[in-house]
Unconditional design. Sequence first.
Length: 190
Amino acid sequence: MVSGHAYSKGLRTVKTCVGSEFCRFGTQDSTGLGIKLEKLLWGSWTPAKVKLAVSGCPRNCAEATCKDVGVVCVDSGYQISVAGAAGMDVKETELLCTVATEEEAMEVIAAFVQLYRENSRYLHRIYKWVAKVGLDWCKAQVVADLENRRALADRFELSQSVYRRDPWAEHAQRPADWAPMMDLTREAAE
Ligand code: SF4
């Protein structure tokens, strides 16, 4: 796991239950979708931390209904809800939409995260931001307006294509006695 997951203003982790692969109640492969979502969103910076979860059925063992974005798998597909919290404030998520396929779920979630990135301010958590702009406005942007959803998801994908995947790795590989001034001195001498 890349360093920074625990404290970044960005994606933390995507919690999942064991899903249909390992549980008799599972309606969809929640673990597989969780891994795909983590790879999709991994390293993206956001105004505040973003936590996700995917539960394989409404028994909700991954506690998806108190996350910033939660997916609850059902027989007909994927219920995507947003704006939950489970810290200083505790709040249940609100249903954004239900989609039939994993691909749609990933596109809606990428578009929603991009909408949040483009319209919120630093340190404004998703549940506070949605309370301000309104869930109906979010639905209009990423559920009703398919073209806008794709455009948001495309912008998210573009930003993901240009960032450094692990900005801490380079630092960790430096010798123990490395100090920033050493690099500056070397550059000045060259
Ligand atoms: S949420 Fe459903 S599928 Fe996932 S572990 Fe719990 S009972 Fe099984």
